[in-house]
Design a protein around this ligand. Structure first.
Ligand SMILES: *[C@@H]1O[C@H](CO)[C@@H](O)[C@H](O)[C@H]1NC(C)=O
Ligand SMILES: *[C@@H]1O[C@H](CO)[C@@H](O)[C@H](O)[C@H]1NC(C)=O
Ligand SMILES: *[C@@H]1O[C@H](CO)[C@@H](O)[C@H](O)[C@H]1NC(C)=O
Ligand SMILES: *[C@@H]1O[C@H](CO)[C@@H](O)[C@H](O)[C@H]1NC(C)=O
Length: 355
């Protein structure tokens, strides 16, 4: 049955929820155990209070590329990959919280394939060490009352891995640079061997029990949503060619493992043929640069309503400009915003806030 679905918009907007006082947070500690639920095109805390997703994109929480760690620490030089320190992760949670954020979208809490520091460095092999940073981030989010949206793979050959790892593991010698227009990339969505491999990865991730909470990621409502992937496309940039059958299969699988999670269609853009997929709670699009007309044309597609506005903090210079332009830029310490690529709490110096 067709029903209104939610549209998630990654758009910089200065919307802020007041951070609860410490006492209040303590008294309501069990709020963290309530899942975020969807009814029609609105989100709720548990079944009750409306809940707004306001937050940042902090992609490096599970695996970083912005810091060269001290000698002897785990480091994969070809990708400049390292695990973030615990302090850095805690700091960014506190920053997002202080800015009125309610959530963080974090690629590397879900996308971690293909290099020696990844959760899955090679097919079927699990690197338990990689869970430490992920566990800590989920725990710290929980401690700060922050919810997490977690993509499960990436459209690109980026340092943290993505769909090309699964393709290569299945014997398709493809790279983003050489093959982003190669029709063979569709095997990621259609080839049973690859789908099973991806599902195996998802199962390992989602059923992992976090020793800091004794909850599996599936059980912990801190992760309120899993997203099929980041900016997924087919062989043509912007084609939104992610098969309905694949979205149903991955969404159904996530919900079978974690029935209380919301599922986000990570197709890059709103594909009209996806609007009736029952497994999808939230659609996503990214507006680089922020474009109200593109937003409006997404909304015109059908029974969707703008639901969530996030400050999509980071990534590239342009976004950072919009971040400031839209008035979320209350951080004066530039090192907090301008790490090499993205939004990183790189500094040990205190953050200065505008009044
Ligand atoms: C799926 O990929 C495998 C290689 O892992 C290949 O042997 C098989 O033919 C592919 N299946 C289809 C239907 O193309
Ligand atoms: C994979 O493809 C690249 C070119 O994109 C080529 O240089 C390399 O030799 C290939 N590897 C295998 C194992 O076929
Ligand atoms: C998790 O469970 C173990 C074993 O029952 C227990 O020793 C530990 O204190 C628990 N940790 C937390 C954070 O609840
Ligand atoms: C949308 O998804 C369908 C079904 O998966 C696909 O055939 C189509 O190419 C996609 N793109 C557009 C623009 O509809």
């Amino acid at each position: 049955m067709r029903r209104p679905s939610s549209l998630l918009l990654f758009l910089a907007v200065a919307s802020a929820a007041a951070a609860p006082a410490k006492e209040e947070q303590k008294a309501c500690a069990d709020v963290r155990d309530q899942p975020i639920t969807r009814s029609g095109s609105a989100l709720y805390l548990g079944g009750g209070k409306p809940w707004k997703a306001v937050g940042a994109n902090v992609y490096w929480l599970g695996l970083d590329e912005n810091v060269i760690p001290p000698a002897g620490e785990p480091y994969y030089a070809p990708f400049q990959a390292s695990y973030p320190t615990k302090g850095r992760t805690t700091e960014i949670m506190a920053v997002v919280k202080a800015m009125g954020g309610t959530m963080i979208r974090a690629h590397t809490l879900g996308v971690s394939t293909g290099n020696p520091l990844s959760l899955m460095p090679s097919p079927g092999k699990i690197n338990q060490q990689a869970f430490e940073a992920i566990d800590w981030a989920v725990y710290q989010a929980r401690e700060h009352g922050i919810r997490l949206m977690v993509p499960l793979t990436d459209n690109y050959d980026y340092y943290h891995g993505g769909k090309y790892n699964f393709l290569r593991w299945a014997g398709f010698n493809l790279t983003q640079t050489a093959d982003s227009n190669n029709p063979l990339v569709m095997h990621f969505y259609t080839n049973g061997t690859i789908i099973d491999m991806f599902k195996g990865y998802i199962r390992t991730l989602v059923t992992h029990v976090n020793p800091y909470t004794n909850l599996s990621y599936a059980e912990d409502p801190t992760i309120f949503a899993y997203e099929s992937g980041n900016e997924l496309n087919g062989p043509v940039w912007g084609d939104m060619n992610v098969p309905v059958s694949w979205i149903r299969e991955i969404g159904g699988f996530v919900k079978q493992l974690a029935p209380k999670k919301l599922f986000v269609d990570g197709t890059y853009g709103i594909n009209k043929t996806h609007l009736s997929i029952d497994e999808v709670d939230i659609f996503s699009d990214h507006y680089y640069p922020v474009s109200i007309s593109k937003l409006q044309s997404d909304l015109d597609l059908g029974e969707i309503s703008p639901l969530v506005f996030m400050s999509f903090v980071l990534s590239f210079g342009k976004l950072l400009e919009f971040f400031f332009f839209f008035g979320c830029g209350v951080i004066r310490d530039p090192s907090l915003c301008a790490s090499r690529r993205g939004y990183g709490a790189l500094s040990d110096t205190p953050v200065t806030w505008l009044p």
